[in-house]
Design a protein around this ligand. Sequence first.
Ligand SMILES: Cc1cc2nc3c(=O)[nH]c(=O)nc-3n(C[C@H](O)[C@H](O)[C@H](O)COP(=O)(O)OP(=O)(O)OC[C@H]3O[C@@H](n4cnc5c(N)ncnc54)[C@H](O)[C@@H]3O)c2cc1C
Ligand SMILES: *[C@@H]1O[C@H](CO)[C@@H](O)[C@H](O)[C@H]1NC(C)=O
Ligand SMILES: *[C@@H]1O[C@H](CO)[C@@H](O)[C@H](O)[C@H]1NC(C)=O
Ligand SMILES: *[C@@H]1O[C@H](CO)[C@@H](O)[C@H](O)[C@H]1NC(C)=O
Ligand SMILES: *[C@@H]1O[C@H](CO)[C@@H](O)[C@H](O)[C@H]1NC(C)=O
Ligand SMILES: *[C@@H]1O[C@H](CO)[C@@H](O)[C@H](O)[C@H]1NC(C)=O
Ligand SMILES: *[C@@H]1O[C@H](CO)[C@@H](O)[C@H](O)[C@H]1NC(C)=O
Ligand SMILES: *[C@@H]1O[C@H](CO)[C@@H](O)[C@H](O)[C@H]1NC(C)=O
Ligand SMILES: *[C@@H]1O[C@H](CO)[C@@H](O)[C@H](O)[C@H]1NC(C)=O
Length: 524
Amino acid sequence: MKKSYFLFTALTILMSLSTAISSQSPLLNFLTCFSHNSHASNVIYTPNNTSFLTILNKKMFHKKFQTPTTPKPLAIIAAKDASHVQATIKCAKSNNIQIRIRSGGHDYEGYSYVSDVPFVILDMFNINSVDINLQEETAWVDSGATLGKIYYNIAKKSSSLAFPGGSCFSVGAGGYFSGGGYGNMMRKYGLSVDNIIDAIIVNVNGNILDRKSMGEDLFWAIRGGGGASFGVILSWKLKLVHVPPQITVFNVTRNVDGGATDVVYKWQLIAPKLHKDLFIRAQPTVVQIGNGTKNVVQVIFFGQFLGTTESLLLLISESFPELGLKKSDCFSMPWINSTLFAYSRPIGTPLEALLEEPQAGYSKGQSDYVKKPIPIDALESIWKKMIEGQTLFMQWNPYGGRMEEILSSQTPFPHRAGNLFKIQYFNNWTDGSPKSIESHVNFSRSFYKFMTPYVSNSPREAFLNYRDADIGANHPSNTTKFDIAKTYGIKYFKGNFERLVSVKTKVDPENFFRYEQSIPIRTY
Ligand SMILES: Cc1cc2nc3c(=O)[nH]c(=O)nc-3n(C[C@H](O)[C@H](O)[C@H](O)COP(=O)(O)OP(=O)(O)OC[C@H]3O[C@@H](n4cnc5c(N)ncnc54)[C@H](O)[C@@H]3O)c2cc1C
Ligand SMILES: *[C@@H]1O[C@H](CO)[C@@H](O)[C@H](O)[C@H]1NC(C)=O
Ligand SMILES: *[C@@H]1O[C@H](CO)[C@@H](O)[C@H](O)[C@H]1NC(C)=O
Ligand SMILES: *[C@@H]1O[C@H](CO)[C@@H](O)[C@H](O)[C@H]1NC(C)=O
Ligand SMILES: *[C@@H]1O[C@H](CO)[C@@H](O)[C@H](O)[C@H]1NC(C)=O
Ligand SMILES: *[C@@H]1O[C@H](CO)[C@@H](O)[C@H](O)[C@H]1NC(C)=O
Ligand SMILES: *[C@@H]1O[C@H](CO)[C@@H](O)[C@H](O)[C@H]1NC(C)=O
Ligand SMILES: *[C@@H]1O[C@H](CO)[C@@H](O)[C@H](O)[C@H]1NC(C)=O
Ligand SMILES: *[C@@H]1O[C@H](CO)[C@@H](O)[C@H](O)[C@H]1NC(C)=O
């Protein structure tokens, strides 16, 4: 009895020891391999380093993942140059460890830094130069650069050049560009990726390739198909665009009680057909009135016009008088100032605010595409549903203009002609308790379901940069991995999914670059 107990205990200890060793050893092997392939010792953080959590949280836009129970990486490699990227790929591959590539860390589902499998983070924030070439009107920007840094550096060199990028300054070039990337100038210049002319990528074999050496298929895939399925993008070459030295912006709110629903209805018909220089976003939002005793919906109309206030007012009075825009609503300013205005910064904010680190918060985002105007009575029911949730608002971004001139197959981003606007749902809140997170996420899901009759179907299209784990979820248990991938793949990429699969199968046949919503290799 005693003897067998001893044996049992010894066996248990031995077994747990060997588990400890075997779960530790891939990391130790990785570290040894890395040190043989790179001279840098100070770019790797493991849980033993005191600054591990600081680095992990540095680029973590979503607070819901900053919990003790969120699975942690085995290590974080804060690469400083291409050789660290190459060593990470080589050593992760040889030790069967997955990698998650992170640039700005804004992924809505945390796919650049959270996973249930053993993984290391390849963190790109140190690789962040921005080089402007005025003669060529181009810029080389590294993946770890933020949009704000790109805008800031362009403006330091020129007041008539710009880049059609998104509104959040702290978003990273790595994820933002490889997911398509849109902003307030898309009706004039298309997406960011429509203005990218070269890129540098490290592939699965550790080779450093540019557009010419990677070939047009791979260059096509990384401009909207998501980078992390194909390799690690080091930098991008942007073709800068022309803007007048002064542009005009406005931000007016209309209350539903004061006829905003009619204005929104008209907006759906008009905004996608307006002059290309004019972008007017409608943002239905719940606000409290009567000292917090009543919730109502207010619609914020944000506008950006690449011209003077006078010509804007003329355009609006001809094509959208219902908006009731006044001269006093309009502000004339250089494009660079408008990037601050568009992100709700007060006029007069110093340009250095573009370089700020992000403010993490609790949120869930989703997206939809609208191809037919939503009827008035449906708009009213949508406002009612929003009021139930209180914290969810929408950004309705008008398409048309340049967006409908570009073929759906030109880049992996397929949502071009035929769309009136894209909806971004954004539910954000401050209480971080598990119950609060669950109930807000529940509300987002029920709102998404509620919107079904008014948005695209077969497939219900979605924007990759507004990553949503839900759209690939809830399959019968016998569904193959490929078919699960196809579910989200068709929604994000429509007919371009098959070409993405072909490129993926060619450049990464062993599927090393995989993650929770990556492009699968062809299995048939
Ligand atoms: C507040 C806010 C505002 C936003 N506004 C806009 C907007 O106006 N327009 C718009 O288009 N989008 C917008 N987005 C969405 C944003 O573009 C995406 O979340 C984008 O993926 C973020 O890129 P990142 O580098 O910051 O994120 P990360 O989380 O670092 O990366 C996102 C994805 O890209 C992969 N990736 C990152 N870097 C690389 C690389 N170097 N090589 C290969 N793969 C890489 C990651 O592995 C991950 O799969 C916004 C997001 C937020 C939170
Ligand atoms: C982490 O700790 C190891 C071991 O002490 C050390 O060699 C390495 O330089 C540390 N990493 C960083 C980024 O400081
Ligand atoms: C972390 O420290 C422990 C205790 O000193 C050690 O056993 C382990 O090997 C270290 N891990 C790494 C990755 O350095
Ligand atoms: C709101 O509260 C303030 C101070 O308590 C009060 O003076 C005011 O009348 C209230 N307004 C409304 C609309 O109830
Ligand atoms: C516009 O006005 C609204 C309401 O006054 C405000 O919440 C928002 O931050 C402003 N800016 C933008 C770009 O929406
Ligand atoms: C634009 O920003 C610059 C730098 O902060 C500032 O000097 C200038 O006054 C701003 N112009 C306008 C019209 O807001
Ligand atoms: C939610 O996001 C909006 C727009 O970015 C912001 O104005 C608001 O303060 C945020 N709310 C919370 C609770 O974080
Ligand atoms: C969220 O929804 C699930 C499934 O419908 C339900 O079981 C759960 O109780 C809900 N949670 C909260 C906090 O509302
Ligand atoms: C999966 O199972 C469902 C029923 O549970 C069945 O109807 C379906 O045909 C199965 N699909 C495959 C591919 O086997």
